[in-house]
Write a protein that binds this ligand. Structure first.
Ligand SMILES: *Cc1c(COP(=O)(O)O)cnc(C)c1O
Length: 405
């Protein structure tokens, strides 16, 4: 049995295990694990980190985790001696086997396992415009757990998985991502359905935190710097939280890594907020709309701002043009395709090197949050998910779900 308490970051008060919110204020919750020293468990993939995942069991059907390797190509090209890449996508030659090709799978796995442990027969409801929906659809299909997805119709072509579709209901939403979110919220509040919680879900954050754990084990210590492209910034919070646990462990050094978070301007609320700038007028198309988030968990206890302050972090505003250039640079030097979102992090790394924000000999962890879509096609069929229904109002979705179709 995993042992942990769920506490408010703000005042440390203990909350019920499946809470998403702190009862006294808007603080994030955080898992407080009984194991202060990370002991790898003899389980596959991400489940090795069971000690620091908020679970009581593991699921045997799905397990693939993060993979870290030391870069030679990109490192030499931009002049870094110790650049480590956490590749969160599909690249089996490097040990990376996330078949929906993004680190959202690291969030979906522990979230679906916790859902199973609740044992109340409830169905998880998720709204997403891309990688999150694919990751949850793939995992729920492998584990045969019910799942309801709300996806804007424009994003439906991105809905593919590599396994046979399980008990997943896919709603194509007439409208944008925010319409999908509001519909999901209506359904989540009905009996038998539950929200997944986003940044407030400790299973999601600690799943993503395994990126830092895997890297620290590979490198032998906590890196000096952590680079990631962010929309909500949840991955940044996760890296910070995992690093704090590693410091308490004592074997991986005593310094927090500096967070270098990258956003795609002009849709970059974290960038503008942290650098005290006025947001630019916003923005129809983005280099990658997985980085689109209007209300990131920024100014709340345990949120993005706290993570940046604690690590003396930086936030970069990257243009489409810089991201496109960085994408080619990465693909040419590392020889694997990556998604557009992580190109924004690669661009930030290049800026950081040029501006002297990192030194050539520093230990750097670059989180490639998604990639290998071309590579996975060589090994697996893309099984396109057809919507079960097209909806323009939440009532239509409820009616569909209640009709038991
Ligand atoms: C979701 C996502 C991000 C942003 O992650 P957050 O930490 O939640 O802001 C970056 N890259 C990819 C590929 C993603 O799917």
């Amino acid at each position: 049995m995993g042992e942990y308490l769920v506490r408010c970051v703000s005042d440390g008060s203990v909350q019920p295990p499946y809470a998403l919110n702190c009862s006294s204020d808007n603080s994030l919750l955080r898992a407080d694990y009984a194991a202060k020293r990370l002991e790898l468990k003899p389980f596959p993939g991400i489940w090795r980190f069971y000690d620091w995942l908020p679970l009581n069991e593991i699921m045997p059907e799905a397990w693939e985790g993060s993979a870290t390797y030391r870069s030679s190509g990109l490192a030499a090209e931009i002049g870094l001696e110790q650049l480590y890449i956490s590749f969160n996508g599909y690249w089996p030659e490097r040990g990376a086997r996330l078949k929906t090709c993004s680190f959202k799978e690291l969030e979906a796995l522990p979230t679906m396992q916790r859902q199973r442990e609740r044992g109340d027969g409830s169905t998880l409801v998720v709204a997403s415009a891309g990688n999150t929906a694919r990751a949850f659809a793939e995992v729920a299909s492998m584990t045969r757990q019910p799942l309801v997805l709300f996806v804007p119709e424009k994003a439906i072509p991105r809905m593919w998985i590599t396994v046979e579709k399980g008990p997943v209901t896919l709603f194509s939403v007439k409208g944008d991502y925010y319409d999908a979110i509001s519909m999901a919220e209506e359904v989540q509040s009905r009996p038998g359905f539950l929200p997944e919680g986003g940044a407030r879900n400790i299973a999601r954050r600690d799943g993503m935190g395994t990126v830092m754990l895997d890297a620290a084990l590979k490198i032998g210590r906590i890196p000096d710097h952590y680079f990631q492209a962010v929309g909500s910034g949840t991955g940044g919070i996760s890296a910070w939280e995992a690093s704090m646990r590693l410091i308490v462990d004592g074997r991986f050094g005593s310094n927090l890594p500096r967070l270098h978070l990258a956003q795609n301007v002009p849709n970059a609320p974290i960038y503008y907020a942290y650098n005290c700038q006025k947001p630019a007028a916003c923005c129809a198309e983005m280099f990658d709309d997985v980085l689109f988030n209007r209300r990131p968990p920024y100014d709340i206890p345990g949120g993005v701002k706290d993570a940046l302050d604690a690590t003396r972090g930086r936030v970069y505003g990257i243009t489409d043009q810089e991201a496109a250039k960085a994408k080619s640079l990465f693909e040419d030097t590392e020889c694997i395709d990556i998604l557009n979102a992580p190109s924004v992090a690669v661009a930030a790394l290049a800026v950081a090197v040029l501006s002297g924000a990192v030194n050539p000999e520093d230990i750097i962890l670059l989180n490639i949050t998604g990639g290998g879509v071309s590579r996975v096609k060589e090994d697996f069929a893309h099984n396109a998910l057809q919507p079960d229904a097209v909806v323009s109002r939440w009532e239509e979705a409820v009616e569909f779900l209640e009709s038991g179709s």
